[in-house]
Design a binder for this molecule. Sequence first.
Ligand SMILES: *Cc1c(COP(=O)(O)O)cnc(C)c1O
Length: 396
Amino acid sequence: MEKKKNTIEQFNEHVMGSYGRYDLVLEKGEGRTAEDENGRQYIDFGSGIGTNSLGYCNEKWVEAVCAQAHSIQHTSNYYYTKVQAVFAKKLCEAAGYDKMFFGNSGAEANECAIKIARKYSFDKYGKDAERNIIVTLKNSFHGRTMGTLSATGQDVFHNYFFPFLPGFVNAKANDIADLKRVLDENKGRVCAVMFEFIQGEGGVIALEHEFVNAIFEECAKDDILTIADEVQTGVGRTGTLLTSEQYGVKPDITTLAKGLAGGVPIGVCLATEKCSGVLTPGTHGSTFGGNPLACAGGNAVLDTLLAEGFTDSIVQKGNFFRQKLNELPQVDHVSGLGLMIGVSLKEGDPHDVAKKCLENGLLILTAKEKLRFLPPLNISYEEIDKGLEILAGVLG
Ligand SMILES: *Cc1c(COP(=O)(O)O)cnc(C)c1O
């Protein structure tokens, strides 16, 4: 106990208080189990926030990252490295995109998407056309930078930091009439529509297929780019490399981050041929973007994910997880896709439940008024069982 108090006190004395944290000091992890500094173990149903896609210290991943650290850990973007080229080829080919940009986070990936969308219209229609509006959805989440906060369609985020960036307008998710109204009111001024297939931070709420189809139909009419923020839904999380595959659509731009490098910071913006040439030398950049350690981690994640049968196993484990959740009498509704799972409870505060789960050896997440599960993609059935037993005990 003494040790734990020391770390937390020392931390809070020197680190800004921008997060609500649990009183837990994690020291190491193995597989799907984390261990605190007192040696207590926790099954991890959160994987960071969906970042440790292969769990803790996955052998192949550790090997790849360590080997890279031993050869070259970083170089500026004035030069090339092989590990970046290998990763970019692998990702673009698997995802079916022409080119990508390297950043270090979801917010950065989305900033890139926003800049591409605005410059695409600027290049094509000129400055005077002022085609710079990006339509985003209510209840969305796109990041914490000023640009991506402005894009985020939740009033609770639009506080303190005024002025926010102009040029973002919200439409209601799953409301085709409202989408058409917003596009109509801003006719000729919209350069992109940006959305999450499943609103993660917003409470694990999926877009309906008809609504997604409407986005693509409306955008096609007026040369408006479609931007899919797959920072949370991408990289196998929902059972396919990209969630767009399951919706049968091809966004002009897709952003990825969280789970892409297995826990090393990375964010990428993928673009189709239509807009992959928009960013020219000097128009965008990032010092750490394409960091070789991140690319090596990313290669290990993609190699695992793209191996025969792996994404199918995500779907099957997701189904098993959901079925087990639905058997719990306290569960009202289970949402999401694959191993991106939201749960609304009939009663009780999800944050209390998360805290009690932690006290009983299970790490889970919340999103709005829901419990949220983003377990490592290689979690075993036994671990799902074991974790849900703890949850069942907590729910009483
Ligand atoms: C987490 C998240 C982001 C922000 O990612 P950061 O890496 O925290 O910048 C953006 N969009 C979605 C959908 C997310 O889930």
